[in-house]
Design a protein around this ligand. Structure first.
Ligand code: DSN
Length: 416
């Protein structure tokens, strides 16, 4: 980044410091990852210079000889990888992707039904503070208070009661796999379209480590930068019958020109995700999450639902007498980065909730296996057992840095 260094040393220096942070810390934020150098190169390419409103073969600007091929490749790769009939790769990120689905099928005031935000749903699944809860009549389903699990019978009751036009399956903080066949039955029973938001677990679906929402869902949305390990962007995958409505909603309904550099990087990530290496990666994400979950359970932590089937864990720290925020800040000082998170039926406020959320996708990208996950669990226990011990945090941060130095992160190998 020689030019950047000369042109804007301040931004150059901040990017450099962020690179070092990503290299030296254990990143457990469940929605983050490390993309490959190839994905970064496509993201930082000359494609950022081009406008291309429209779709391949139907653009409003000339000069699309190469852009059309890039977008068609991304679409084709996504169709093959997920077995989807139609794919739109233009949404700028997950929230606009979900909004495009609502724009395609709903009128203001229509009813949607999704998982409640404090129970692991996403803002865009109908939270009152989001446009999805302001412009539409948003109803929500909760997790079972005893088990922390989805109760499909109560979801069905709620769906039959409120008759949503769209039923949403998907989450940001639910550590178990979803029963898509059951969601389909509920959608059929209440006459709803079934939208699956697989943003968190699309990499697991691609790698065969999580059941696929296809062919059950009518529409599937996903970000591309979480477990799928691509650039920051999103896709909408749907049945052919919905293709025209979805495409029209994305452009011209919601967005202007697509970010072609991102589209190219999505294509690269999809190619990477079609390999055996990626299948092994997806399986290891789940194995690693279980190893960390088992270690934490052994140390008396209260994991919501009692464990994990996917890449993430949600821990209720109430019994440890530490708030999520205090724990997250102490762990960050010890070189372990995660986020504080509400737990189901949380009595505390969202800005200082009772839980923390952890995910294994990023550390698995740098090659961590079960032994490293056990070590992380022991460090987490030590820090949370004594969150004001700054000397211990510094010691653990040094040990974390040493561990990370032995596992180069994709895209950051040049820093090793
Ligand atoms: N903000 C993302 C997450 O952390 O789960 C969801 O969009």
């Amino acid at each position: 980044m020689h030019s950047l260094q000369q042109r804007d040393p301040e931004i150059f220096s901040l990017i450099q410091q962020e690179e070092v942070r990503q290299k030296e810390k254990i990143r457990l934020i469940a929605s983050e990852n490390y993309v490959s150098k190839a994905v970064m190169e496509a993201t930082g390419s000359v494609l950022t210079n081009k406008y291309s409103e429209g779709y391949p073969g139907k653009r409003y600007y000339e000069g699309q000889q190469f852009i059309d091929q890039v977008e068609s490749l991304a679409i084709q790769r996504a169709k093959e990888l997920f077995g989807a009939e139609h794919v739109n790769v233009q949404p700028y990120s997950g929230s606009p992707a979900n909004l495009a689905v609502y724009l395609a099928f709903l009128n203001p005031g229509d009813t949607i039904l999704g998982m409640a935000l404090p129970h692991g749903g996403h803002l865009t699944h109908g939270a009152k503070v989001s446009i999805s809860g302001k412009y539409f009549h948003a109803e929500s389903y909760a997790l079972d208070e005893q088990t922390g699990l989805l109760n499909y019978d109560t979801i069905q009751e709620k769906a039959m009661d409120c008759k949503p036009k769209i039923l949403i399956a998907g989450h940001s903080a639910y550590p178990r796999v979803l029963d898509f066949a059951r969601f389909r039955e509920i959608a059929d029973a209440c006459g709803a379209l079934l939208l699956v938001d697989m943003a968190h677990f699309s990499g697991l679906v691609a790698g065969g480590a999580h059941p696929s929402p296809f062919p059950y869902a009518d529409i599937v949305t996903t970000t591309t930068h979480k477990s799928l390990r691509g650039p920051r962007g999103a896709m909408i995958l749907c049945k052919e019958a919905h293709a025209a409505a979805i495409d029209k909603a994305v452009f011209p309904g919601l967005q202007g020109g697509p970010h072609n550099n991102t589209t190219a990087a999505i294509a690269v990530a999809l190619k990477e995700a079609s390999t055996d290496t990626f299948r092994n990666y997806a399986a290891q994400i789940v194995t690693n999450a279980r190893a960390l979950a088992d270690t934490l359970l052994g140390k008396g932590f209260n994991l919501v639902t009692g464990g994990t089937d996917n890449h993430l864990m949600l821990i209720d720290l109430t019994s440890k007498e530490v708030t999520g925020k205090i724990a997250a800040k102490a762990l960050d000082a010890a070189g372990i980065v995660l986020n504080y998170n509400a737990v189901p039926y949380d009595k505390r406020k969202p800005f200082d909730p009772s839980g923390i959320r952890l995910g294994s996708a990023a550390v698995t990208s740098r090659g961590f296996k079960e032994a490293e996950m056990v070590q992380i669990g022991l460090w987490i226990d030590a820090v949370i057992s004594n969150p004001t011990n700054t000397a211990q945090q510094a010691e653990i941060a040094a040990a974390v840095k040493e561990l990370c130095s032995r596992f180069p992160a994709p895209g950051l190998e040049h820093l090793m």
